[in-house]
Design a protein. Sequence first.
Length: 326
Amino acid sequence: MNERADPDIALMTEIASRYYMQGETQEAIAGRMGMSRIKVGRLLKRAQAEGIVDVRVRHHPSVAAEIEQSLIRRFGIRRALIALDCADAEQQRHEVSSLVADHLSRTLEDGTMVAVGMGRNVGTVADNVFTQRTRQCSFICAIGGSLRAGEYMNPDHICRRLAAKFGGESETLYAPAMVASPELRDAMLDNPTVRQTLDRARRADIAMIGVGDLSEDSNMVRMGWFSPQEIAEARLSGTVGDMMGYDFIDLNGRASTTPMQGRVIGLTIPDLARIPEVIAIASESTKAAGILGALRTGVIDVLATSATNAHTLLHLDEATRTRDED
């Protein structure tokens, strides 16, 4: 809906700005703008419904700090960004990704290079960047692209959106995300254009990646990259998830033995280990085992997830460590 179609949009924006940003009361706004307090309240509710106002609830700092410190002590990471739980999966993704966007806004400086993965969680970070200070950063694709993923989840599109929000430039990896065999992958990695971009990504200051699960409803299945049978066989072999873009791992963070392995054009876990800060983002509750495996690789520095996932990780880690010790 545009302003011409709805003349109240400008009015709602002004009222919302006075109420939420300038701290004026509804009664004061009503007096200033010559309307009833009831109408002001109604327009504020409409502003929220129309998306003009985005109200978010955060954990009290003491609660978030307690969960964060537990994860830091248990897994040796530097930061944990923990979002409130949401019943709606899309809203949960936005809550988690907004924490990553805030983190980037505080840490990015001129000259920072960011290697960018693919997926819905990584893509949603760009939606939640709100900054008035530009930086001359480089956002580099750390994995190839896929027509089946669509623009929103492709690293090239994500890099372009991040560069538009923060300033700086984006760099495309001119290669498919996945090929038919490890042999074809090796041949693609020998291509000078591909090698040049991946070498730049390996020298990044920050890597931002997703963590995948191995469910029949995962993106890998829905987009046709792997069949449900391949997923089931991978699970039977001990695979619990993936990092970066289908670098498959078991619950202990080791590379899993599955025919799906070794077919991705992009950074690998050893590449990530050399990047100073690796941010892993996973909002979905189905990914707890995959997140635990990712944490146990030892390459994750910052984890962004939900409160439920954080608690599940701590319990699952304790349970599996106890079982392994027995």
